[in-house]
Design a protein around this ligand. Structure first.
Ligand code: FAD
Length: 610
């Protein structure tokens, strides 16, 4: 073993979406950081769909950007098609989504990281962790190099004992064409971590030659949809997506060959994401449905590869060929990369704190797919929080936490630490109780100020712009309340008018241009939503105050729940599994009732823990 001559503050294992954000955050916060990844050419690789964002996932990217992360900026720079999803629905569920030039996304991400001070990037596969007194102090790689560090973040994605399936063919790998990682799983199990298996899958990529786009519906890009709150980057040339559908023949074919699908012939036991079902699952679970929608998405400006969104499968390759022949527009298409499913190890829930540090080994953090999530955005958001907290830990500072009521990132982490996962976790707007407060348009107002304390994660310019925006909002709200106009024989304030469902800030601006200022789409919308949903927002704020009270009751580390008399057996088991850090998290654990929380509260008060 060769000891690497430099000691790092933070080592990040894995250059996927979690790893990139973690390495960026840690380095920006002034920590000497090492990013170790199996293959430098796959940094930031979009393993599955060539797109970022979408419902709730777009919220996560906006929050990452608000906190100084990079996913949104790289996605904006490399976008070839973008849309604001749910544009006709309420503001809480509107979310940006962008189609990426896949190769350019990777290159831009790599270049962004390479330009960072404090960040060393090296190719290497981590085999094992070096532990001393229940604390991680470094890692070793397959090349026999030992690196020392104050903190280590594992962001190994789908690579831990990854096993790929195409029909009855199995092969080991972390993703198509890349080797799996075995050492890490073994090392974590030996340390006492409990690992489980999950599964995910991807559709075939086909060549656009021989595709008949005239049989499909074209979906054009929308203008001015961005993830980043900062200056928009120069746009790339745009491409359209296309919509087609499966047919009766597709259904017959898939049903006839179900016995060849590893999921249905018993070869894959692990659970996949319910909300990204394979075509086999769709045909079985939604048997009555005549057809299923398929999006045909470009993979980039300089490739003819198309991603066939909606037919993820692990059926044999010849069935995949036959299946394409049954889909209008794709009858003559040719597969460039086959669809496949992958099983991989993840850490069962209950083993991390809300800082993403593990409970078993101090200074060790988990981020991304290893925590049971699926999706680039979920991974990147955790990477950012793990990177920030590893840097803070290395600097002997308290952790940085986002609460459930502050952001989707807080909702996700709170769910991960208080819920048993039976399938890969993905973000939905329905998971957030305070949706009207946690809109994608106001992520900067909710979170940016909070990140100002984190060293150089945000620039002076970004701070200045946020403060200016806040001033505009406060002044405009005051102005709306005290500016009156005559409407239908009554005198009403502009604020009252804006609360009417038929009015938007833009319509008021059109009617009273001399009384209102145009602050640009983003600020105009913030003003409008805050006025329109005033009543709901006030109610959500009351509910948050109640949650805050519970949040403020900490449960000491290592607390013995068995010493509390009166707790029901079910609650005791659940509390022991998740060892919550405070009463708010405890109250969210399945099996723990409000009566149990009252008993805990009385006990903590009586025993001087408060
Ligand atoms: P990854 O992006 O997987 O990155 C892991 C990184 O860790 C890689 O760079 C790898 O080289 C590196 N690494 C691993 N082990 C080591 C080691 N020992 N030493 C050094 N480096 C290491 N998500 C969805 O939301 N919907 C889907 O339908 C979907 N389908 C998918 C289908 C497939 C086939 C795959 C592979 C993934 C799919 N995903 C899907 C998941 C999505 O790709 C992941 O959620 C996301 O990429 C996770 O990000 P991550 O950073 O945790 O890991």
């Amino acid at each position: 073993m060769w000891n690497y001559p430099h000691r790092f503050a933070v080592i990040v294992i894995g250059g996927g979406h979690a790893g990139c954000e973690a390495a960026h955050a840690s380095a920006k916060m002034g920590c000497s950081t090492l990013l170790l990844t199996i293959n430098l050419d796959t940094i930031g690789k979009l393993s599955c769909n060539p797109s970022i964002g979408g419902t709730a996932k777009g919220h996560l990217v906006r929050e990452i950007d608000a906190l100084g992360g990079i996913m949104g900026k790289v996605a904006d720079k490399t976008s070839i098609h973008s849309r604001l999803l749910n544009g006709s629905k309420g503001p809480a569920v509107r979310s940006p989504r962008s189609q990426q030039d896949k190769a350019l996304y990777q290159l831009t991400m790599k270049e962004t990281l390479e330009d960072l001070e404090n960040l060393t990037i090296q190719q290497g596969s981590v085999e094992s962790l070096i532990i001393s007194n229940d604390q991680v102090v470094g890692v070793t790689t397959d090349l026999g190099i030992a690196y020392e560090a104050d903190c280590v973040i594992i962001a190994a994605g789908t690579f831990m004992r990854g096993l790929m399936h195409i029909g009855t063919k199995e092969s080991s790998g972390g993703r198509s064409g890349e080797k799996a990682s075995f050492g890490l799983s073994k090392c974590l199990t030996n340390l006492g971590f409990k690992l489980g298996r999950l599964k995910t899958g991807t559709p075939p990529r086909i060549s656009k030659m021989h595709v008949d786009f005239s049989l499909m519906e074209e979906q054009k890009t929308e203008e001015h949809v961005y993830f980043s709150f900062d200056a928009p980057s120069a746009p790339l040339e745009k491409r359209s997506c296309f919509i087609t559908y499966t047919s009766k023949e597709t259904k017959c074919l898939v049903e006839k060959h179900l016995h060849l699908s590893p999921m249905y012939c018993g070869k894959i036991a692990a659970k996949g994401p319910r909300y990204c079902p394979s075509i086999e699952d769709k045909m079985v679970r939604f048997h009555e449905k005549e057809r299923h929608q398929i999006f045909v998405e470009p993979e980039g400006l300089h490739t003819s590869e198309l991603y066939i969104n909606g037919i993820s499968t692990s059926l044999p390759i010849w069935v995949q060929h036959e299946m394409l022949k049954t889909i209008p527009g794709l009858e003559k298409s040719q597969i460039m990369r086959p669809a496949y499913a992958i099983e991989y190890d993840f850490a069962l829930s209950g083993q991390i704190f809300s800082s993403l540090e593990t409970k078993l080994i101090s200074h060790l953090f988990f981020a991304g797919q290893i925590n049971g999530t699926t999706g680039y955005e979920e991974a990147a958001a955790q990477g950012l929080i793990a990177g920030i907290n590893a840097a803070l830990k290395a600097q002997n500072k308290p952790p940085f936490l986002i609460e459930r009521w502050e952001g989707y990132i807080g909702v996700m982490i709170d769910d991960l630490i208080s819920t048993e996962l039976f399938e890969p976790y993905r973000m939905f707007t329905s998971r957030a109780e305070h949706r009207l407060l946690l809109r994608q348009d106001n992520a900067d107002l909710r979170l940016r100020e909070k990140a100002f304390s984190l060293g150089n994660l945000l620039s002076e310019e970004q701070k200045k712009r946020l403060r200016e925006k806040k001033t505009i909002l406060a002044n405009t709200k005051k102005h709306l309340a005290k500016t009156f106009v005559a409407v239908e024989g009554k005198t009403l304030s502009l604020e009252q008018l804006l609360r009417r469902p038929e009015n938007t800030y833009q319509t008021l601006l059109n009617h009273y241009p001399e009384k209102l200022e145009d602050h640009g789409k983003n600020i105009n919308e913030d003003i409008e939503y805050d006025a329109k949903y005033f009543g709901y927002i006030a109610r959500q704020e009351q509910e948050i105050a109640r949650l805050r009270d519970l949040q403020n009751v900490p449960i000491p580390r290592g607390f013995s729940f068995s010493s509390v008399t009166g707790l029901r057996k079910e609650a005791l088991e659940a509390l022991n599994t998740f060892s919550p850090e405070n009463l708010q998290t405890a109250s969210r654990i399945a099996g723990v009732t409000y009566a149990d929380i009252s008993i805990l509260l009385i006990h903590l008060k009586k025993n001087g823990s408060l």
